[in-house]
Structure formats: C-alpha cells, structure tokens
Design a protein around this ligand. Sequence first.
Ligand code: FES
Ligand SMILES: [Fe+2]
Length: 386
Amino acid sequence: MPIPDTDLSFVRRPIDQANGLPNAHYTDPSIYEEEAQALLARNWAGLAVSADVAEPGDAVPLSFAGMPLLLVRDREGQVRVFQNICRHRGMILVEEPRKIEGAIRCPYHSWCYGTDGRLVSTPHVGGPGQNTHDGIDRSLLGLIEVRSHIWFGVVWINISGDAAPFEEAHADLLGRWKEFEKPLYHGGADSAFHLSVDCNWKLAVENYCESYHLPWVHPGLNSYSRLEDHYHIEKPGAYSGQGTHVYRQLKGDDDATFPDFEGLSDKWDTAAEYIALYPNVLLGVHRDHAFAILLTPEGPGKTVEKVHLLYPTSDTDAELRARNTTQWRDVFEEDVFVVEGMQRGRAAPGFDGGRFSPVMDGPTHLFHDWVAGQVETHRAMAKAAE
Ligand code: FES
Ligand SMILES: [Fe+2]
C-alpha cells in the first residue's frame, strides 16, 4: 500500500498560526490504518480495565485497532494480553467472555494453551494416538503475547513492543497524580457503560481536552464550575487536559458522600483534573472517585467509549454509585452531538483543519501537534525502510 501523504506542517505551527489536522485524518481508511500503527501500536494504548478479568481464568476477547486480542487473568493472578489466535492454523480461540477451566482449547483441532500462553497439548499431531511430533516444538508455539502494563485500573498495551517502559513514558503524569497511586476499586456492573459514537476517536480526545465548550454544551456543570474556574494542563508529547478549582461532591438524600482517597493534600478538597493520556485514554480524578474512558476505534468514523468509574474502597454505597454513573453518563452524552457534528463537518472539502483559540484551545492543539509529530516520524521510518 502506498504511504498516505498529507501535509502536516500547518498543524505543527505555534497555536496562533496553526491549523488542525486535515479532513483525511478523520475520514480516510488508509490514514486510519496508518494512525493505528503510528499512534495506537507504537505507544501505550488503553485496552480494557483489569476489573474486566477479575478472577483467575477469566478471559475476554477484544478487537483493538483491527487486531483480535485475548485478555486473560492467568492462574497466578497476572493479567496478560495475547493475540487471540491458535498457532496451528490461526483459528480464533475465544469468541465470548468466559471462565477458562483448565486450558484454553482451540475449537478446531483442540490444541490447548495454559492461561500463561504455553502450548500444553497437541492431540494427534503426529497421527492418530500420537500427541507429539518432532517437527512441532511446543516450546516455540505458545500464544503470541502483547506487552501490557496495569496502572489506574487500566490495562495498557504496547503492540509494537518497543515503547519506553510505561513508568518511563508516563513518569510526568505518575508524578503529578502520585497521591492517587493507591488501589482504585471498580464500582462493578453499575459503574461501567459504553457509548457508541459516530466519530473518529481523536475527536473524543480533542473535545475532552478543553473546557471552552462548557457553558454551551454542559450548562449543568457550568452552573457551579464556571469557565474561569478552570485551568489548562499541558505536557507536550504525553498528555493534556484541564482542571477545575471547583469540584462539588455528589451527595445522597441523607447528605452522605463517597469516602475520600486517603492522604490527599488540601488542593483536592476542591480541585478535580481531567487528562487525556495520549493516545486514547481519558482520565478524571476527584477526592472521592476517579474514572477512565477507553476510546476503542472501530473505523475512521466510529468509536466506542468505554467508561469505568473507580472508588477509594470496595464497599461504597450502591445507590450513590448508580447516581454518580447516571450523572457522568448525562455529561458524556451531552458531548456526543459535538463530536459527531465535527465528524460530519469533515466531509466539507473547504475545511482546512480549523483554527484554535490561542487562549482556550491550548490542550487540544497540543494533541493535534502530537498526532502530527507521531505520524511524521512514522512516515519517515516507513520511507527509510522502503
Ligand atoms: S487451528 Fe487451532 S487446533 Fe487447529
Ligand atoms: Fe464535554
């Protein structure tokens, strides 16, 4: 396939002169594939939450950037990610989320793998009744593992295998949110939901990064946390987002609140922060809960937003939790018409990527600039390899 070539030099200018990414980066299938490699595969992307495989033996098949993957918690309790294919003839191994009792058995010719990926049996591979063959070295035919890391309750994957270690790549955010470096308990079934949106996944990041749209898109939030209560968060090359100085805790009928995370400094009495960790994860922290949104691309104009709410303890009040889920669902649903509207807008041939408010759009521009830089690097490497 020829290397797609869009001019990204306009994107990389200083914010007051920059344009956004060209339309093709939201609509063109070959650029979508290119970005899957340049942005999603080469960095640490969010795949799932570790709570998706709560118990040893739990297995969940997932598709990410077009790849069939299998998320497993192995017998020892370690979360692992494999390519969801049999090493024999490439059959998909697991079709539905389930508990693996014993081994992962391929439904085609019954080759079996341990939850740690080892190939453990190959029935009749050497002929009827012969379960071994000299030409089939089981030790070389385990499941293909994808590099993974757990942080913030999220399973991060680096498909290319050569990104810097997660702690190194994201040292800055780990430092910034050190106070939240403690167990985050998933609220369970009432604290997870999916939103299916008709837009490119990057538009969800770009919208999340800025508070500029608050007064018009989130009038409810804006009624107590106003535009002027917000500040930008900008770390070139890694993340961007926004924070507020005015966080109002959710209260139950009896004025009950969720417990706070232990040991937080005074700043968090009233502050909250919302950060997009590049490429595809949107995170939020508050004194009494956190959330992670995993953006799962399903084509140039289709994304599933997987929202998970996380708490300081495992026994928070279920009714208050459900209320919190509803509150956030309402907020994130308010954003759907703008991300979908921007997607439809990218069918307009006259659109030049748009312009940024030099004051209000800094965190969003930073993401555009990061995308352009990553794509340029990827193209240069592809050209060098030609
Ligand atoms: S393809 Fe899996 S055992 Fe044959
Ligand atoms: Fe929003």
